[in-house]
Design a protein around this ligand. Structure first.
Ligand SMILES: Cc1cc2nc3c(=O)[nH]c(=O)nc-3n(C[C@H](O)[C@H](O)[C@H](O)COP(=O)(O)OP(=O)(O)OC[C@H]3O[C@@H](n4cnc5c(N)ncnc54)[C@H](O)[C@@H]3O)c2cc1C
Length: 125
């Protein structure tokens, strides 16, 4: 998100100047909780803001991958911002959904009665 799209609140935090409408996906791999949204010029999300997922060891890695992919795309095409953000979001939605689904599956094992045995079998697959 560009700085000019944010404003500083009295409490010192930053908020978007205008709301970006996002929606939970209702089916498919995104049912694990990730969001999609129609493109907004000059604005995007990455990391947990884009694809909050259960803590199963993927979230920080996905956030760093998002940052790297977005930075590389912006550096390669600084004059084509809308196309760059669209390309980034298309790929990010897909990998974010897959990671969210995998995290949800792992969490399901962790909290199941099988517990540790289930995790052992997961790592032995
Ligand atoms: C218990 C637990 C264990 C985890 N274990 C792992 C693990 O082993 N491996 C892994 O890869 N991931 C793990 N994760 C997930 C990982 O912590 C997150 O995916 C990662 O921190 C997301 O990074 P982020 O930068 O997108 O968001 P965050 O780390 O949440 O950073 C967002 C920052 O923005 C600030 N902020 C929020 N709103 C505002 C505002 N309005 N103005 C200014 N600042 C604001 C927040 O204070 C925060 O510092 C775990 C998460 C939890 C909860």
């Amino acid at each position: 998100m560009r700085v000019r799209h944010l404003h500083r609140t009295r409490r010192g935090s930053y908020e978007p100047r205008r709301r970006v409408r996002s929606q939970p996906a209702r089916s498919g791999p995104c049912s694990a909780g990730c969001l999609t949204w129609p493109g907004v010029p000059g604005v995007t999300l990455l990391g947990a803001a884009a694809h909050l997922m259960p803590p199963a060891g993927l979230g920080a890695n996905m956030a760093m991958l998002d940052a790297t992919e977005l930075a590389l795309a912006l550096a390669a095409g600084p004059d084509a911002m809308t196309a760059v953000l669209s390309g980034y979001e298309t790929a990010m939605f897909e990998r974010g959904a897959a990671a969210a689904q995998e995290s949800a599956d792992i969490m399901e094992i962790l909290i199941s009665p099988a517990g540790a045995q289930g995790m052992l079998e997961f790592f032995q697959q």
